[in-house]
Ligand binder design. Structure first.
Ligand code: CAO
Length: 415
């Protein structure tokens, strides 16, 4: 079956997490992704957090499926020529080097345009133009600078970063959308363009609701769905909201049976207004359905702490899965706190290809997260990540190099 991005060639100059997330998605949609790595070393993540000696780490394998790997020393004059040939042959160059690295290599936007005016040059950087534009940035720096950390955690604790990699994988997703959009525009204009996704911007985009809340706070001085209301105090900036729901339907994480020993025996419970009467029935507080202090959503807001404590008395008598079953019967929105162990074993996620078992020549079998975006006409087949330089000869031959030329370039250290 054909794939959505069949025929699109990506020169993948990415490393670590943000850029590789983006190009992996494009590869899953059918693009030919040629990952250019430093001869002899490769993407630094190949050797980071290794669980098996001398074998590509899970960090690397889980971010680089369906790609081909070529090794080129792009600082070697002959290596530069190989890169030039690749630029002429590809549709998109994706990179997430430190600011200025591509220019220092001699591949400025102007030079790339000369070589291939149709080329789209897509970059992840930590920051957009401004005071921090020259900074190197990793995940948690972006979470802090994009507003996620200051708004995550509990009011009486320090800022907290999230386990979700919203700075790296989140920005990779943003960049992928920018790339396919630029490819679409190119079908009309015939021209390439630059695409920039700054990690601070990507995180802030995902924290959009918190900038909304900042303006609500500026105007009214109070936000009634936040746990600080009614007894705590609001300062000038959006506070950390603990586990409160972001929207207008109050929610909280509640203990379930076994919480004393199981750190994940919890459920997320939402007191959605339309099912309030059902919630009252389930927890045995029928009178709250008609009591004016509890019957309406605005009346409940100052009493949320007491209400969730009462609901928790009920959830603590059930396991999270028992509670789910009962609450789902009544359309009460809720969700179990799932551990990674539980997620890895979940049969339905295996069935949809969201969790996939992959075989790798040196590592053996491992689990990965497959393509979370499902296209009905472009199914994803998850293929193992390439070994370092596994496709150098193959790609060089496609570029028109003869076996003798390839061998000479190898001797010169260019590939
Ligand atoms: N051949 C020769 N040289 C190569 C090469 C190749 N194939 N591939 C890369 N290099 C060189 C680069 O040209 C650069 O050289 P200079 O410093 O002399 O210009 C050098 O390798 C290192 O690149 P780097 O500065 O990007 O790498 P780093 O490990 O020092 O920094 C990171 C890593 C992630 C902090 C930085 O790349 C960055 O800020 N990237 C943008 C933001 C980003 O994506 N962050 C997410 C990272 S995931 O948490």
């Amino acid at each position: 079956m054909s794939k959505a991005l069949d025929g699109v060639r990506i020169l993948d100059f990415t490393h670590v997490q943000s850029g590789p997330t983006c190009t992996q998605l494009l590869a899953w949609f059918g693009a030919d992704v040629i990952k250019v790595e430093r001869a002899g070393a490769g993407d630094i993540t190949r050797e980071q957090l290794r669980d098996i000696p001398d074998v590509d780490s899970l960090y690397f394998t889980m971010l680089n499926h369906n790609k081909r790997s070529v090794t080129i020393d792009t600082k070697n004059p002959e290596g530069k020529q190989v890169l030039e040939a690749l630029i002429q042959k590809c549709d998109v160059l994706v990179e997430n080097f430190a600011p200025g690295a591509l220019d220092r290599m001699g591949f400025t936007w102007e030079r790339i345009q000369e070589l291939n005016p149709r080329m789209i040059v897509a970059s992840v950087k930590g920051f957009g133009p401004g005071p921090y534009e020259d900074c190197k940035v990793y995940e948690n720096v972006a979470q802090c600078a994009g507003g996620a950390a200051s708004t995550t955690g509990f009011d009486d604790g320090p800022p907290v970063v999230s386990g979700a990699q919203i700075g790296d994988s989140g920005t990779g997703l943003h960049l992928a959308l920018g790339i396919v959009t630029a490819l679409y525009q190119r079908t009309h204009t015939g021209r390439g363009q630059r695409v920039l996704a700054a990690m601070q911007d990507g995180v802030l985009n995902l924290c959009r609701v918190k900038l909304r809340d900042q303006q609500r706070l500026d105007r009214t001085g109070v936000m009634k769905e936040y746990p600080q209301y009614p007894n705590g105090t609001f300062d000038e900036a959006v506070p950390r909201a603990g586990n409160a729901s972001g929207g207008g339907q109050p929610g909280w994480i509640l203990k379930c049976k076994g919480w004393e020993t199981d750190p994940n025996a919890y459920i997320y419970f939402i007191t959605q207004a339309p099912v309030w009467a059902k919630i009252c029935n389930v927890i045995g507080k029928e009178e709250w359905a008609t009591d004016p202090d509890y019957a309406t959503a605005p009346a409940r807001l100052p009493r949320l702490k007491e209400i969730f404590a009462e609901i928790e008395r009920w959830t603590m008598t059930k396991t999270k899965f028992e509670a789910m079953q009962i609450l789902n019967k009544y359309d009460i929105p809720c969700g179990p706190i799932l551990s990674m162990k539980e997620i890895a074993a979940e049969p339905s996620l295996r069935k949809t290809g969201t969790i996939v078992e992959v075989d790798h020549p040196t590592r053996g079998k491992y689990l990965t997260v497959g393509n979370p975006i499902k296209l009905s006409d472009s199914p994803t087949e998850v293929k193992r990540s390439p070994l370092l330089g596994e496709h150098t000869d193959e790609v060089m031959a496609e570029l028109g190099y003869s076996p003798e030329q390839i061998s000479a370039l190898r001797t010169a250290g260019a590939i």
